[in-house]
Structure formats: C-alpha cells, structure tokens
Write a protein that binds this ligand. Structure first.
Ligand code: SF4
Length: 342
C-alpha cells in the first residue's frame, strides 16, 4: 500500500477585509477556504478543479507555507506542519516543490539555466559539485538537449521553459510537487508533451502531485482522483473516471458538461447558470443554491454535510441520499429558463 504523503484536515483560511485610512480596521472576512479535507498518496495525482476564486490556489499556497491556516491542519507524512522548527521547515521546503503556471514569468531572464535549475540547491547548502550533477541529471530527465544549462531562458520555447521549471523542482528530489496550472499557458500541441513528461517522472520516482487546474481535459488525463471546489468548499471528491462519467454534485455536472473531455456523455449533463456570487457575500446554506436548478428550501438555510456515497466518494449536497433519484437529470438551458425547478 502506498504511503500517504500529504493530508489536510478541516483546512480553513479566512482573509480579513480592511478599511479606514491605514486599512487598520477589519470590517469582515473572506472565506477563501472552508473546512477542506483530503489526502494524497505516494505516486498519486489529486486534482483540485473549480472556477476562479474557488479557493484552489489558496490551498496550494497554504501547502507551500505561503499562508498560515485560520483553522485545521496540514500533515506531511503523518506529521503536522503547525509549529515546526526552522530546520524542519527547510526540510519540508526541499521535499515539496512547485511548478508554476507561467513558464515565461517564472524564470529569471538574467540567469543561466544551470543557475535557475540549481537555485533551490544553493538555498539548501549543497556543494557546487553536488549541484552540477543534480542540474545535469534534472535537465536530462526533462529531455532538454546537452548544453542547455549554459543558455538563457529567452533562447527556449514556452514548452522548453516549462521543462526548465520542472527540472528546477526535480533537483531537490521532491516527494510532492504542486502543479499550479502547469500547461494552461502553453499551446495545445505542447500540452500533451508536458503532461506525458510529468506522468513519466511520476512513474519513475513515485512523486505525488497536487494538480491545480480548471482544464478538465488535462485533469482527466493526469488524475487518479479529483476534488471539485466551489467558493472555498470541497463539494465533491472521488476517483477521476467515476467523477467524470457520473458526477454527483450539480456543480460537478456543470463543469463536466462544459468540458466533456473525452467526448463521452456523462450520466448527468447540466448547463452552467448565472455568475459566481461574490466571496464577500456568500449565500447562506449551500453556496451553490443561487445557481442550482434543483435547489430546495433547505438549501438556502442549511449548509450540506458530506454524504459518503461509496468508499472514497463524497458529496456535499442535500439531494443525497434521499432526493437524487427523483430529479430530472436531463435539464437543458431552455427548459430550466422556461420552467425553473425551484
Ligand atoms: Fe443544489 Fe441544494 Fe445540492 Fe446545493 S445542496 S447543490 S442547492 S440541491
């Protein structure tokens, strides 16, 4: 059985909203992440999907220790990250790496590739010889040509620059890599090459990936499991193939319907309705109730708890377990507008 690399339990992050002359007065909070729990095993890819502002990037920043949680905890190989020493923090920063979305902005244009890729090793005090060996190994692992180490970022294409970003993450021999929209700035033709490279590296090294993305096609290709986020909350989580073929939550159904990644027809297709509400003024009860054609009176009053539909498959929706079999799953944009299901 594979070891659990990362676990988050009840993870919550609220950002203060400030006002006043020096922005010193706190007038409210934005619930960027609200009571989110999941785990990622060795060699596994868990993807977090959802529209902008759903909280997936805040979760990645919490895991990268760029923010402090308001509540809940993050555990790496079973150990809590709260209150860790400076030395433990450095070790964690070695074991958990990140690949950023923008291969153009993420690389310092004034540095040679060897220095960019070896930079994390400088921070962790490796010798020049160790650094040289690791840099050349990493560049080889991402299929960059010999001699690439002495060049500058502008001499490479977008896909090659993303390979440099991946090489930089690999030099530290990480156990977990956060992939923050790693292919969304690349041409479609290049995307599959980068995704295949990431899959190969995972297979060879057993790295766990947390993939943050809004591109369902990439997510389906890469993931073992998918978590769907809506306005800070994880509304559904399950195995990738199950969640895409048979979405449980109405919001998941809208995401899958909008993407239909492999041309398959999911069991539940639903058009996207309306706009995402402001995170400054979240709807009461289920945050999706203002856009959900199946909303019932309870939905605008009571926040739904999770129902475990099967082992590892959870959904936060009042349709479960009693109402799901009595709803019409073949709604279209026009029949919702003609006859709202409220
Ligand atoms: Fe729709 Fe209610 Fe389920 Fe929310 S809890 S997704 S409003 S049915």
């Amino acid at each position: 059985m594979n070891e659990t690399r990362l676990e988050v339990r009840g993870l919550t992050k609220h950002f203060p909203i400030t006002a006043g002359m020096f922005r010193g007065k706190v007038i409210g909070h934005v619930q960027a992440v609200d009571d989110v729990s999941f785990s990622i095993d060795e060699g596994e890819t868990l993807s977090l999907v959802g529209e902008s502002g759903c909280g997936k990037t805040t979760i990645s920043n919490l895991i990268l220790l760029l923010h402090e949680p308001t509540d809940g905890g993050i555990f790496f190989r079973g150990k809590p990250l709260s209150g860790i020493s400076v030395r433990e923090r450095q070790e964690y920063a070695r074991e958990v790496q990140v690949v950023f979305q923008d291969p153009y902005g993420a690389l310092n244009p004034r540095m040679r590739v060897a220095d960019i890729v070896g930079e994390p090793m400088d921070i962790h005090g490796y010798s020049a010889k160790e650094k040289r060996t690791a840099v050349l190994d990493a560049l080889k692992a991402v299929d960059l040509l010999e001699g690439s180490d002495s060049k500058y970022p502008h001499e490479f294409s977008g896909g090659q620059r993303q390979r440099i970003g991946i090489a930089r993450a690999l030099t530290m021999n990480p156990e977990l890599i956060v992939l923050d929209e790693p292919v969304s700035n690349l041409d479609v033709s290049i995307r599959s090459q980068i995704l295949n490279l990431l899959k190969d590296l995972q297979e060879e090294r057993g790295i766990a990936y947390l993939l943050i993305s809004h591109d369902m096609a990439s997510v389906e290709y890469m993931s073992n499991r998918i978590g769907v986020m809506y306005l800070g909350r994880l509304v559904e989580i399950g195995k990738s193939e199950d969640l895409i073929a048979d979405p449980l939550h109405p919001y998941t159904a809208t995401l899958v319907s909008a993407a239909t990644p492999t041309g398959r027809t999911p069991t539940w297709q639903l058009p996207i309705l309306g706009e995402v509400p402001s995170p400054l003024d979240l709807p009461k009860g289920c945050a999706f109730n203002t856009r959900c054609p199946y909303a019932m009176p309870v939905c605008s009053e009571v926040r739904p708890e999770y129902t475990e539909v099967e082992a590892g498959r959870k959904v936060a929706c009042h349709l479960y377990p009693d109402h799901i079999n009595s709803i019409d799953k073949s709604l279209t944009q026009s029949n919702i507008l003609d006859d709202p299901v409220q």
